[in-house]
Design a protein around this ligand. Structure first.
Ligand code: ARG
Length: 475
């Protein structure tokens, strides 16, 4: 069929313009969404008496056939038809004839594209939540196994105080759980149907957008048609969810790069996730972790792109909105890949406790512990800091141990310094949320209960969506 507005035009569209304006690369991911949305729409048209039951049934059957043909590759998407909506409708016309022309009653591509993108985004948000939870679970399992393993903790990448590896892994799990929560929050705002807004003003056909929303298992329908066709907040939010998760993974990637380097040697990655060198025979590089570190760049760029495209747009549909689809959709898929890679790396991570123990001897990690001891004995903390600082200076100059110098210093007279070495410091950090093994185990148990609850919410939402969409596709 020629394009739907050919009645008003004398000239056919320019080929270069057609290619320039096509959104087919991303629309290819929206075929299912487009068909499901149309199935809900025609059911609402039937309920409103706009379509007869027989017309509805014929169109619905045609839509299901069109979906099967496109999915199984019997029909290809054609670029000159611009987008998925025109492709589905054109194929439907081949299957059911002129009746296909009734599908677009009380609907515009403006509310249709908003719907398709919402259907796709709400599912990908659940995927992001699930992948973040999978990562959190892998981190928590590793954390539980390493709750006693003391290692140097760093600030500014300089030795600071001993922590346990389990504590560090649990910290990354907390980030992943917030990512899952953020995805579920964004899901709630995404879960509203724009269908029935039509071009921008609503429609004079007696349809009820709430019926369409229910059929698609949306929590609600739009409140304002002008807003419904222009709102892409959900796409921006999904891009942010992916970008922040990617930023978290870049930090994890950086730590994996550092700690698997022989200079630290605290962790080993399975060979399957590392690469060798084409010239240096000894090399085993943590490429997977480096890529996690780098990939955040693309997600951040996508967020910038989406927000820049949305900025300054007047209400209702503007063709600019099409351009936001690619960065929003690609970045979500990209973030999913990174989350899944990170989970595999974490699951295969092997701690090397002997190297962590050796490193505890470097960098005077017990210095704060000794200052705290003086403070507990009544010395003002600032003064205690000064005393221990001068002992560190002396230790650096003479090569003597900090503990031995402290034992000989009058400020520590009568103090029992056993238990104040770097190997013991982590166990003493028993304040809530602190690094002591018992605290870490408690925190892991609380976190595990949280991931269970989040996963239940994610599965319940997915179950509702699957049931509704499958019922429409089944007929
Ligand atoms: N291909 C368009 C998009 O993805 C579909 C909506 C077109 N609407 C319009 N009025 N041109 O945004």
């Amino acid at each position: 069929m020629s394009n739907p507005w050919s009645g008003r035009f004398d000239e056919a569209p320019d080929k270069a313009f057609l290619a320039f304006s096509s959104s087919l690369a991303e629309d290819a991911l929206l075929v299912r969404e487009d068909v499901v949305g149309s199935l809900a729409h025609v059911a609402t048209l039937r309920d409103a008496g706009v379509l007869t039951a027989a017309e509805h049934d014929a169109i619905a059957r045609g839509l299901r056939q069109a979906y099967a043909d496109l999915r199984e590759g019997r029909v290809e998407l054609r670029e000159e038809l611009e987008d998925v909506h025109m492709n589905v409708e054109t194929h439907l016309a081949k299957l059911v004839g002129p009746l296909a022309g009734k599908l677009h009653t009380a609907r515009s591509r403006n509310d249709q594209v908003a719907l398709d993108l919402r259907l796709w985004t709400r599912r990908v948000l659940l995927d992001l939540a699930a992948a973040s939870l999978d990562l959190a679970d892998a981190l928590l399992a590793k954390a539980a196994a390493t709750a006693d393993a003391a290692m140097p903790g760093y600030t500014h990448v300089q030795p600071a105080q001993p922590v346990t590896l389990g504590h560090a892994l649990h910290a990354h799990a907390e980030r992943a759980m917030r990512d899952a929560e953020r995805a579920m929050d964004a899901f709630r705002r995404c879960n509203a149907s724009p269908l029935g807004a039509a071009a921008l003003a609503g429609t004079s056909f007696p349809i009820d957008p709430r019926r369409t929303a229910e059929r698609l298992a949306f929590e609600r329908a739009f409140a304002n048609s002008l807003d419904a066709v222009s709102d892409r907040d959900f796409a921006a939010e999904a891009t942010f969810v992916g970008a922040l998760a990617a930023v978290h993974l870049s930090g994890l990637g950086e730590e994996l790069v550092l700690f698997t380097s022989p200079a630290f040697g605290f962790l080993r990655l399975p060979e399957a996730y590392t690469s060798g060198s084409s010239i240096m025979p000894q090399k085993r590089n943590a490429d997977s972790a480096e890529l996690l570190r780098a990939r955040a760049g693309r997600e951040i760029g996508a967020l910038q792109a989406v927000l820049s495209i949305l900025k300054g747009l007047p209400l209702a549909y503007n063709r600019d909105l099409q351009e936001a689809k690619a960065p929003a959709m690609r970045s979500a898929l990209h973030a999913l890949e990174s989350l899944r890679m990170a989970r595999a790396l974490v699951a295969g991570l092997e701690p090397v406790p002997a190297r962590m123990q050796d490193a505890l001897a470097l960098g005077f990690l017990e210095a704060t512990e000794l200052a705290d001891l003086l403070a507990q004995r009544g010395t003002p903390f600032r003064e205690a800091h000064h005393v221990v600082g001068s002992l560190v200076k002396e230790a650096e100059r003479t090569g003597k141990g900090l503990g031995a110098l402290a034992a000989a210093h009058p400020a520590f007279a009568g103090a029992d310094l056993a238990g104040f070495g770097p190997r013991d410091a982590a166990a003493r950090k028993t304040s809530p949320g602190g690094t002591a093994p018992a605290r870490v185990r408690e925190a892991i148990a609380t976190a595990q209960a949280r991931t269970v609850a989040l996963r239940q919410a994610e599965r319940a939402a997915r179950g509702r969506i699957d049931a509704a969409e499958e019922a429409l596709l089944r007929g």
